[in-house]
Ligand binder design. Sequence first.
Ligand SMILES: Cc1ncc(COP(=O)(O)O)c(C=O)c1O
Length: 395
Amino acid sequence: MERNANDKFKLSERVFKVPPYPFAVIDKAREKVKAEHPDWKVISLGIGDPDRPTDPRIRAALTDAVENEFTTHKYPKYEGHPDLRKACAKWFNKRFELNIDPFENLIITNGSKEALMHTIWAVIDPGDTILVPDPFYPVYKMGSIFTDADIVYLPLKHENDFLIDYDSIPDDAADKAKMMFICYPNNPTSKLADIDFFKRTVKFARKHNIIVVSDNAYSEIYYGDEKPPSILEVDGAMDIAIELHSFSKTYNMTGWRLGFAIGNPRLIEALEIIKSNTDSGVFTAVQKAGIKALELADEIGGETRKIYKTRRDKSIAKLKKAGFYLTPCEATLYLWVKVPEGYNATTFAAKLLEEKGVVVGPGSAWGKEGENFFRICLSTPDDDLDEALDRIIET
Ligand SMILES: Cc1ncc(COP(=O)(O)O)c(C=O)c1O
């Protein structure tokens, strides 16, 4: 937010410290181009927002709850409806072959963005240190700014296969850190980490007494035979970790705002304290629909993967043929592509928008390590995706 000398209000320093949300900036730029070229079809490959609608059976579960259960108008339970908590634990335990308790270790969240921010509030005091991978999902940084924490960035480099290199973190930074984020499958690099990486993470975190927040929003969007693991599969992880799951991308439910946090009971309890004093929980009918989504998890997850895989394979082939360099895209719905010689993330994304009417995410929106990349999101209908790729290739 800009400072305004004539402002009558005395706003918090916090709002001035936070840069504008990257996708709000992208939206503004897109609107400007649309206004300047009303005859253009501007195509967005920007934000990860599924183009396909939520499955009708999930929608029916919501309407059924609203129409027939005459209590959905009431305040929801802060920690989540017991039936949904049980359904989440059942799905999680089957998927990761674990046996985690739905009440002691799990809480329903309004999507994982909310849970990320509130977990930071639950753990961090001013002056604490947080380890944040770079590139990162913006909320890790914004939450650190809101709580006046110090950030130490952990670069995800090509030479380390876009994994965190724990050996390169100085002991004093590690000892000072109170909390760290990991995100695999990773947005934006599309890297999938195997269980050995999670074992190294748990070893590092236990050695330095660090709480790990594992952002697993893309656990069900993968392309090979290897399924993304959960950190909670690692022995000892329950002592230090909380993992965040989301209904958004797997079930095309971004607007419904539904997810869950699972892990260490003290962290779950602390998160519940913050949440019950701020958001009052998720609309009960949405939670009922979430139960239906989990019943259909294998079917819908399989279909989602199939559609994104077709788009991914086609896009990778086209871009590679045109000489673009991409990271392997092992999971998630993103392609992380190097900008051509002579550009950086901002100049190339601006060129694509202003000259070709294509919105992509400039890599710098995800941190310093994204300066030479742009992100393509595959959640765009096939014809539009094809056309946008053709326009990108022409540049
Ligand atoms: C890595 C990552 N974490 C969390 C989220 C938030 O997802 P939601 O709040 O919709 O669950 C996103 C959304 O794009 C994301 O990319």
